[in-house]
Each structure stands twice: as structure tokens, then as C-alpha cells.
Design a protein around this ligand. Structure first.
Ligand SMILES: NC(=O)c1ccc[n+]([C@@H]2O[C@H](COP(=O)([O-])OP(=O)(O)OC[C@H]3O[C@@H](n4cnc5c(N)ncnc54)[C@H](O)[C@@H]3O)[C@@H](O)[C@H]2O)c1
Length: 399
């Protein structure tokens, strides 16, 4: 017998009746549309036995030809140029919102009102007010909600968090992180939606900074105060529609912030889109009273761990831990140790977690980020922007 989880499209794909089907509707067919489609399609075979079989029902985008091609390529049953079709579709139980940031609020609220669970890309809102509306609506509806902070699903990062929570590096003194990309360093790079505050809410702060600040909260704990600075290096760019015309860049190209944590730790974090030579350079280090942990996402499966006072002293130092053992997070699903995985697997883990929470009525937090986490992250982002507007003054965080 299939488990009764209240869905209309109960399936028996495995032949043992164990996994229900869940219909997915996806907004966006580009970067995140591709990453999430790949994640869903990998779950049934690799995250075995799956908690549910995601059925790719319908994908929405603005351009008919492009969304039709993407839906066909990624295996969606149908496509639409009007996201409202996803909301009205009774075959869809989960809205996956991979639209730009100005598309997060309205479709998410509409989906929740229609009784659909929602996973929404980060940053959850363009500001904390938007994300609070989404969190309140999801809680009021009693539906599962997740902010798509996929770096919580890197096995090495989960392992780092566990080492911190288990006290292996002792009392945490420092969290420092640097997330550097280079993709808009060319002044002729066009004025795409990510550089328009009306659409994106902020620049690199909300884009890459949100990942860093979510990881800071995930690994170290709540942030109580910030000082922030932001910088826009190139203030005019060719418009995407007509390169002979220019328009204003209305967001930050780089940010830096100091953090105070409730547990007494302090942090320094930064991100830039002008890190010449850095493609997706996402690193952090945590220093504690008993040791340190360092992570560089370009070495996706590795942690550097230092435990002070290990013997013999002559051999003491940072050691490289290859996080690929069967006992490491999520590794029972993958390969023999040393046969590494990569960035795309974060989406497999993340979407698997969300489906598991829906079908088995588990809590999305603390391993996954909820809309509450999305709201808290957006509140910290807003505090950094407020600090910058006041010359870097200290801003206390209050939710
Ligand atoms: N978790 C991550 O690591 C990660 C990485 C990149 C982007 N993101 C987030 O994912 C979201 C999307 O980013 P992206 O890089 O995929 O952007 P993108 O520009 O590559 O794709 C945006 C998609 O949204 C669609 N879209 C825009 N307006 C729409 C509308 N009105 N109706 C239907 N579809 C519409 C576009 O057609 C496009 O397919 C953003 O919130 C971004 O911050 C997250």
C-alpha cells in the first residue's frame, strides 16, 4: 500500500508502492531551472529509496520558445508563459520558485494560498518585509516552506557544522568568509536584472552575501550586530536591450561586514563580483579555542581541520579531511570513498530534504533553511545596507 499523504497523484513507480508522486511546478528555466530540474531527476535513483517521486509537471518562463525548449530538454511534461497556470494546476503540489528576486513574493503567496508547499530561491525577498510576508503566509497555511540555501547541503559543510556543534574546535572566536566572483568586471557587461535594485533588491550583498550569512548562522549561530560597507565600482552600463544606450547600476558590486554573534564570536565577511580571476571563490574559516576549520568550495569535498595539542607536536598542523566516507553526510547515497561529488549535488540533497519533510511531515529546520531563515538573512542584509548608509555604523539586529 502506498503511504497516504493526501496527494492526488499517488504513484507506484518503484513497484513496491512505497513512494508517492509529488507534482512539481517550476518558475524559471535558466540557471536555477536547470540546476533544480537536474536535482529532481536524480532523486529517485540516487537518493534511494526516495521519500517521494518528484514528477516534473510544468515549467514557467516568459519566452514561449525558450521555455518550451527547456521543458523538453529537462523533462517537464508541459510549459507555460504564465506562472499563474502553475498555481491553478491541481497536479502540482509544490511550487519551486526559481524566478528572479522580484518574482519571489507574488507567486509564492499565491501558491501558499492555493495549498501548495513552496521552495523559493535565495535571497527570499528583496527586503525583510517581503520575506516576512512569505514566512507568515506559509506558517498560517500550515505548509512546508524552504529558502533554497543549497550550500547547507554540501557534505563537507554539514560536517564542519557538526564538528562545531560537537565542540571539537571548542569555543568559537572567529568566522571569516570571502565569496569572490569576477563576472561583471568588464565595464561593457550589460545591465542585467541582477544589477537593477528594483528587480534584485541588492547586488552581491543579497546574491553571494546571503549564502555567507546563512552559513554563518547555520554553523556558528545567531548574529546580533553588524557594521557594513558597500561599493559600486561601475555606475553605468550598456542596457541589455540596446548596447548603444546606458543605464545606471543601482546595486552594490562588493560588500564587507563585521559580525557580532550572540555566543560571543566575531566575524568578518565579504563578497565581490570584481574578484579578478575568481570564478566562484567561496571560502570560510572558523577559529575556536581547541582548533580551526577551513573550507574552500573549489575543493568541494575537502575540509581543512586543525586540532591543537595533538601528538606528536612535530606532526601537528592543519590536516586535509576528504569528506567522502560512508559515514559522512549524504555519502551513503553516492560512491565508494574518494570518488568525489560536486556543486550540482547540493540541489539533489536540498530537494530530497524538502520532499522528505513534506511526505513524512518532518521539520525543514535546522538542516534546511525555512522562510524564517530567509527572513532573518534578509534582516541582516538590510542591517548591513543601513550600516553602510551611515558610514559603517554598528547596527543591532532585531527581528
Ligand atoms: N542557490 C544558488 O546557488 C543560486 C544560484 C543562482 C541564482 N540563485 C537565485 O535563483 C533565482 C533565479 O536566478 P537565476 O540565476 O536562475 O536567474 P536567470 O536569469 O538565469 O533565470 C531567471 C528565470 O526566471 C524566468 N522569469 C523571469 N520573470 C519571469 C516571469 N514573470 N514569469 C516566469 N518566469 C520568469 C526567466 O525566464 C528565467 O528563466 C534568483 O533568486 C537567484 O538569486 C540561486
Amino acid at each position: 500500500m502506498a503511504k497516504d499523504v493526501g496527494f492526488t497523484t499517488m504513484g507506484d513507480v518503484l513497484g513496491d508502492g512505497a513512494a508517492p508522486e509529488i507534482g512539481i511546478g517550476m518558475i524559471g528555466y535558466a540557471f536555477m531551472g536547470k540546476a533544480h530540474s537536474n536535482g529532481y531527476k536524480t532523486i529517485p535513483s540516487m537518493m534511494y529509496p526516495p521519500p517521494a517521486i518528484p514528477v516534473l509537471k510544468s515549467m514557467a518562463g516568459r519566452n514561449e520558445e525558450a521555455v518550451a525548449a527547456a521543458a523538453k530538454r529537462f523533462g517537464w511534461e508541459r510549459h507555460t508563459t504564465d506562472w499563474r497556470d502553475l498555481i491553478a494546476d491541481d497536479d502540482i503540489q509544490v511550487l519551486d520558485n526559481g524566478g528572479p528576486n522580484n518574482m519571489h513574493l507574488e507567486p509564492t503567496l499565491a501558491a501558499l494560498a492555493a495549498g501548495k508547499h513552496v521552495i523559493c530561491e535565495k535571497p527570499l525577498g528583496r527586503n525583510p518585509g517581503e520575506s516576512k510576508q512569505m514566512w507568515d503566509a506559509a506558517e498560517a497555511a500550515g505548509l512546508k516552506h524552504m529558502a533554497a540555501f543549497n550550500y547547507r547541503f554540501v557534505p563537507a559543510i554539514i560536517q564542519a557544522r557538526k564538528l562545531v556543534k560537537d565542540g571539537v574546535i571548542g569555543e568559537v572566536f572567529h568566522f571569516r568568509a570571502r565569496y569572490a566572483q569576477e563576472w561583471i568586471i568588464d565595464p561593457n557587461f550589460p545591465l542585467i536584472w541582477r544589477l537593477d535594485k528594483d528587480v534584485s533588491g541588492s547586488g552581491v550583498l543579497g546574491d553571494l552575501g546571503s549564502h555567507t550569512l546563512d552559513l554563518a548562522r547555520f554553523i556558528v549561530g545567531e548574529i546580533s550586530a553588524v557594521n557594513g560597507r558597500m561599493k559600486t565600482f561601475i555606475k553605468e552600463r550598456p542596457t541589455a536591450e540596446d548596447p548603444s544606450k546606458t543605464g545606471p547600476v543601482t546595486v552594490d558590486d562588493a560588500y564587507m561586514a563585521l559580525l557580532e554573534f550572540e555566543n560571543g564570536a566575531i566575524g568578518s565577511v565579504e563578497a565581490t563580483r570584481f574578484g579578478n580571476g575568481r570564478k566562484n571563490g567561496n571560502r570560510f574559516e572558523i577559529n575556536g579555542s581547541l582548533g580551526s576549520i577551513s573550507y574552500n568550495m573549489e575543493q568541494f569535498n575537502e575540509l581543512e581541520v586543525y586540532i591543537a595539542d595533538t601528538e606528536p607536536a612535530e606532526a601537528n598542523g592543519f590536516r586535509k579531511v576528504l569528506v567522502t566516507e560512508a559515514f559522512h553526510p549524504y555519502w551513503e547515497n553516492w560512491w565508494p570513498h574518494g570518488h568525489i561529488i560536486g556543486w550540482e549535488h547540493t540541489f539533489v540533497h536540498e530537494l530530497h530534504h524538502f520532499l522528505d519533510c513534506i511526505v513524512n511531515d518532518k521539520d525543514v529546520a535546522p538542516m534546511g533553511a525555512t522562510f524564517e531563515d530567509g527572513y532573518k538573512c534578509d534582516t541582516i542584509l538590510a542591517a548591513i545596507a543601513e550600516s553602510d548608509a551611515n558610514g559603517g555604523a554598528r547596527v543591532e539586529i532585531s527581528y
